[in-house]
Design a protein around this ligand. Structure first.
Ligand SMILES: Cc1cc2nc3c(=O)[nH]c(=O)nc-3n(C[C@H](O)[C@H](O)[C@H](O)COP(=O)(O)OP(=O)(O)OC[C@H]3O[C@@H](n4cnc5c(N)ncnc54)[C@H](O)[C@@H]3O)c2cc1C
Length: 384
């Protein structure tokens, strides 16, 4: 039976987050964004709302919801602000999820309760300065010595890695050579503050300016052998599967930004007057907004479809790539048109659409670029 209506519980969650985004985030986020500052207090409040624990079982301090609940929440957050949406997305889907999916019982008990309440943020370090799309080209190494992993190397563009709340980063590192001669890549938890682990300055970014992104370096950084996440040599496969899910989350975030563009444009087109009437009375403006709504609502169906397959336990990689590719391009288009509807004010920081415009581009790059998504879809079709 085809039914994409939200059930009562998810709808109540959506409304709560919508209210929070409008009443708490919207009034203050612009200033944090302009100051390039991570709003720790807002993130704590999102933690109190339970947003960081949503898809995890209650026994680990989670909310007992689904990955789809997380996506609906990300959409509502991004409708108002993408920096806070990506902070939750990275904290849950990249920070906590690898430990929940692949960690030992002891790792889950140690880390998940604090990650679920948002009192601690986790990060995920796959990308390196030398490359992100080609994640198998990892150069960071970890060698086992006297019961410890000794890590050397660096990671680039790591979200949530240097905030006041950050407690760990799970990194991929080469731990040996596979029988076929390829690199054996494993995932290892590095707690913040471990000697030899240096967190760099925040990057100066085009968008997502209220979120935290940093370069990390490891110089003979030692962590206990039991910080290995899952099986040795499975790190690459684990991270790829985490990214498959993450694409649905980034799609939801993109739909939120695209819908936020509609919200702001409808409001502005009804208020702004030119030639003696609201600009929305001009078909050229009204059609731009109608097209934005068409794009946002079709992109939403794409991520609902991918999430539906995932929750049913069916293969969902292709749908996740389709959703991520399509909705990130929709977000870019809507940001461009929403800025156009706002005229000169669209170029001013005081209006949210300027922020949407700057935040949209990364959606076509992070968690697999548009080219990578096209490659995956083509491969799944048996071409390319
Ligand atoms: C703000 C921000 C936050 C991020 N957060 C994280 C994080 O938390 N954790 C993390 O691990 N990473 C993170 N990343 C990294 C992000 O996932 C990578 O930037 C992304 O995967 C692309 O990798 P790259 O930057 O090395 O680009 P490259 O891989 O160098 O790609 C450059 C260009 O070449 C194209 N290209 C590459 N290979 C091919 C090919 N075979 N065929 C066709 N085109 C190709 C790409 O599509 C792209 O257009 C973040 C990045 C940013 C900017």
């Amino acid at each position: 039976m085809l039914d994409y209506r939200l059930d009562a519980e998810t709808e109540a969650l959506r409304k709560t987050v919508q209210e929070f985004a409008r009443e708490v985030i919207a009034p203050q986020i612009g200033e944090f964004y302009e100051r390039d500052e991570f709003p720790t207090q807002i993130v704590r409040q999102m933690g109190e709302l339970g947003l960081f624990g949503l898809p995890f079982p209650e026994e680990y301090g989670g909310g007992g919801g689904t990955y789809f609940d997380l996506c609906v929440v990300l959409e509502e957050l991004a409708r108002v602000d993408s920096s806070m949406a990506i902070t939750v997305e990275a904290g849950v889907s990249l920070g906590a999820m690898p430990i929940y999916r692949f960690g030992t019982e002891a790792q889950k008990r140690e880390w998940l309760p604090r990650l679920c309440t948002g009192e601690m943020l986790g990060a995920f370090g796959l990308t390196e300065p030398g490359g992100g799309s080609d994640a198998g080209a990892t150069r960071t190494t970890a060698r086992l010595e006297d019961g410890s992993w000794v890590i050397n190397g660096s990671k680039a563009f790591i979200t949530n890695s240097g905030t006041d709340l950050t407690g760990l980063v799970t990194v991929t590192a080469v731990t040996g050579t596979r029988p076929d001669g390829g690199k054996e890549i494993s995932a290892i938890i590095v707690p913040s503050g471990t000697p030899g682990f240096t967190v760099g300055q925040r990057y100066s970014k085009v968008g997502w300016n209220a979120s935290d992104t940093r370069e990390l370096s490891f110089d003979d950084c030692r962590v206990p052998e039991e910080n290995l996440v899952g099986e040795r040599g499975r790190g690459y496969a684990q991270f790829l599967s985490i990214l498959d899910e993450g694409r649905i989350a980034i799609s939801a975030l993109s739909v939120g930004l695209a819908q936020g563009c509609v919200d702001e444009s409808v409001k502005y087109a009804g208020q702004r007057e030119a030639f003696g009437q609201p600009i929305g009375r001009n078909q050229a403006v009204a059609f731009m907004i109608a097209d934005m709504e068409v794009r946002a609502s079709t992109a939403r169906l794409a991520y609902y479809r991918a999430a539906e397959k995932m929750l049913r336990g069916e293969p969902f990689k292709r749908e996740a790539s389709i959703a991520k590719l399509y909705s990130s391009e929709v977000a870019m288009d809507n940001a461009r048109y929403a800025t156009q509807v706002h005229g000169g004010y669209g170029f001013m920081n005081e209006f949210p659409v300027g922020r949407f415009y700057r935040d949209a581009k990364i959606l076509e790059i992070g968690e697999g670029t548009s080219e990578v998504q096209r490659m995956l879809i083509a491969r799944d079709l048996g071409v390319g």
